[in-house]
Design a protein around this ligand. Structure first.
Ligand code: SF4
Length: 361
């Protein structure tokens, strides 16, 4: 790992924050979890772990959407890619994630039509341009992507676009955090919460963590300075014996979130129980397309034959997502499992902890 103060946009401010962090260093071992994969990458890339006092451990959490997608869901996506006439439109990361026996990339090599898009709106365009084909968008992600997917479904409905549908594996974070704070294998003291998701959902969904579990949280952005500021604010709360959900990312996050985006999600999706890799089934943590929009639900429309699920052999991605082990404690890390030849999704995704460790440690 490396650390270069000049890499921070404002080295003087960075130095001040690092001094605060050291001044507020807790006496006992303290674990802060960065929930979001984008934070994991920012922390790894900027050597922020090396700046922490000896008593502070930064653990990576379950906020990489591709990583937490259950193998059964990945298998269902791959099964859809095999249905003749279907175009799969997906974010790039998803193509390389290994399912039980295949991946979208392998299916593409075998002749499936898999296209990489940057937004569900791109998938809508493909559907308009290919009226004789079925276009299925792979919907994974948290509330940063769910509103856009909801809007694209609404737009398809308004346009009468009948050849567009979505296979949805969207999730929300608070239920997963409750599982993690109750996990006896991990003693968690505080949470570094993601700015972009919180722009949509606000602070309310996290409040119970402070109120019921006494776990402080700070919502912060993804610049290295934002991360340092979030950590300093958390250590101050711990130092003062407070547990609150605070916002360090005031330029982007309002306590009430974004009502327009939340209304779009609510119009198109209902919350359901969802299975997370590593965390199991969590009530209320997933989104399913409402019956009114069932015509846009790819699983309802095509009922693909999904093979029996097998987990990737030897992969500890589930334990990595719960921060029970660090990526380099997985026996396959770097030896067998590399970004070129990933065994599990935590090594595939740009936001995955294993990929971040591989690149920066
Ligand atoms: Fe899985 Fe590879 Fe990470 Fe090990 S290093 S947990 S095999 S993704």
């Amino acid at each position: 790992a490396f650390f270069d103060l000049n890499a921070f946009k404002d080295p003087t401010l960075a130095r001040g924050l690092i001094d605060s962090i050291n001044r507020l260093a807790p006496k006992r071992e303290t674990t802060l979890m960065e929930v979001c994969g984008t934070h994991t990458v920012a922390i790894a890339r900027n050597g922020i772990r090396t700046l922490m006092p000896d008593t502070v451990r930064l653990a990576s959490g379950p906020g990489c959407p591709v990583c937490v997608t259950a193998n059964r869901d990945i298998d269902a996506i791959i099964a859809l890619a095999k249905v003749p006439g279907i175009i799969i439109a997906t974010f790039g990361d998803m193509t390389r994630v290994p399912g039980s026996t295949s991946s979208l990339l392998k299916e593409q090599a075998a002749g499936a039509d898999v296209r990489i898009v940057y937004s569900p709106l791109d998938a809508l365009s493909i559907a308009r341009e290919n009226p004789d084909r079925e276009v299925v968008f792979v919907g994974v992600g948290f509330e940063t992507t769910t509103p856009l997917v909801a809007m694209s479904i609404k737009r398809a409905a308004a346009e009468g676009l009948r050849n567009f549908s979505v296979i949805g594996a969207h999730k929300n974070m608070p239920g997963a955090l409750e599982v993690i704070v109750n996990d006896p294998a991990l003693s968690l003291d505080a949470l570094i919460l993601p700015g972009h998701v919180s722009t949509i959902i606000g602070t309310a969904p996290y409040e119970f963590l402070a109120r019921e579990y006494g776990i402080p949280g700070v919502i912060t952005g993804f610049e290295p300075l934002d991360v340092l500021q979030g950590i300093a604010m958390i250590l101050r709360q711990l130092h003062e014996g407070r547990a609150e959900i605070e916002i360090a990312y005031a330029r982007g996050v309002m306590p009430q979130g974004n009502p327009v985006a939340l209304a779009a999600i609510d119009e198109v999706f209902e919350t359901v129980s969802a299975t997370w890799r590593g965390l199991g089934e969590i009530p209320g943590s997933g989104y399913r397309i409402r019956p009114e929009f069932a015509a846009f639900d790819a699983l309802e429309r095509f009922s693909p034959a999904v093979e029996p699920t097998q987990e990737p052999k030897g992969c500890r991605c589930g334990d990595v997502l719960r921060a029970v082990i660090a990526p380099n404690e997985c026996p396959l890390f770097r030896k067998v499992c590399t970004p070129e030849n990933p065994v599990g999704p935590c090594m595939v995704s740009g936001e995955g902890s294993c990929a971040a460790y591989y690149r920066y440690y």
